[in-house]
Design a protein around this ligand. Structure first.
Ligand code: SAM
Length: 279
């Protein structure tokens, strides 16, 4: 019988946050796959865990997944831990989970610390609807597309950022989302100097003119209201001509009458206005 892959969350800064279930799982498995074995060794020492460890990180995530799957097939139980927090969230864990699923190997995920959720609940922003963006892409065009999408996002947005990129990212967010957009900057969560500072994007830029970012950061941004979202989408459409707007739909094989209806809806005007303008 195949073994099980256990996804085990580890503390993001406070050792007291490890759960009993994670501790007993880490003690009972045959092997622990860790993102950074040297870092995780400190955790193992703190909890007196003496189970063999192997590395599973971004640069060996495919090859190593095959090795781990082989061991799971032989009946070995494996725990996956990330550098800190929940494995699979902004780390290579998702690849191993997908491959296990495809191979019919049981996977179970234990609840525990996750920087995204700690920040969201501390942010003072709406928690009813939120999206997790992880780290913004590094590639310029990809980043531009994501920022363009975020401009009209109506859910609360949670993202991770490294301290050395924080200032630049705040400027990029300000340029895309506007200077008044609310942001809560969460820092050093669960640690001694934990902070959650509510600001605007411009306020955050000014704040970091005075001091250098240090530590670990999660940014929580307010989503746009549905009313403002509709208005913003309308403005975006108005940047192209009515003819080009019609062409977008007719080129997809949509008939002229239906296309006029869609154009009118996009631009927030009546069908009659579209018809007359086209004449
Ligand atoms: N898997 C982890 C989780 O569940 O939160 C996230 C891994 S990701 C590679 C690391 C990022 O998470 C950091 O760059 C930072 O943005 C965020 N992070 C982790 N621990 C944090 C903490 N104690 N305070 C603030 N942010 C933290």
């Amino acid at each position: 019988m195949a073994g099980t892959l256990y996804l085990c969350p580890t503390p993001i800064g406070n050792l007291g946050d490890i759960t009993d279930r994670v501790l007993s799982t880490l003690n009972e498995v045959d092997l622990i796959a860790a993102e950074d074995t040297r870092n995780s060794m400190k955790l193992m020492n703190a909890f007196d865990i003496h189970v063999p460890m192997t590395s599973y990180h971004e640069f060996n995530k495919i090859d190593k997944a095959y090795t781990l799957i082989e061991k799971l097939r032989e009946g070995k139980n494996i725990a996956l831990i990330s550098d800190a927090g929940t494995p699979g969230i902004s780390d290579p864990g998702e690849v191993l989970v997908k491959m296990c699923q495809e191979e019919g190997i049981p996977v179970t995920s234990l609840p525990g610390p996750c920087a995204c959720i700690v920040a969201l609940t501390l942010s003072g922003m709406s928690t009813r609807r939120f999206c997790f963006e992880g780290f913004l892409p590094q590639e310029k065009n990809e980043k531009k597309d994501v920022l363009e999408e975020l401009k009209n996002e109506s859910r609360t947005i949670v993202m991770y950022e490294a301290p050395h990129r924080l200032k630049e990212t705040l400027k990029e967010l300000r340029n895309a989302l506007g200077e008044d957009r609310k942001i809560t900057i969460c820092r050093e969560l669960t640690k001694k100097f934990e902070e959650a500072i509510p600001l605007t994007l411009q306020g955050a830029i000014d704040y970091y003119e005075q001091k250098d970012p240090r530590g670990e950061y999660v940014l929580v941004l307010e989503g746009i209201s549905i009313k403002d979202k509709k208005e913003s989408i309308r403005k975006d459409w108005q940047e192209i001509s009515l003819e080009d707007h019609m062409e977008i739909y007719t080129s997809q094989g949509i008939d002229k009458k239906e296309a006029m209806k869609m154009v009118a809806k996009d631009r927030g005007i009546s069908k009659r206005d579209v018809y007359q303008a086209l004449l």
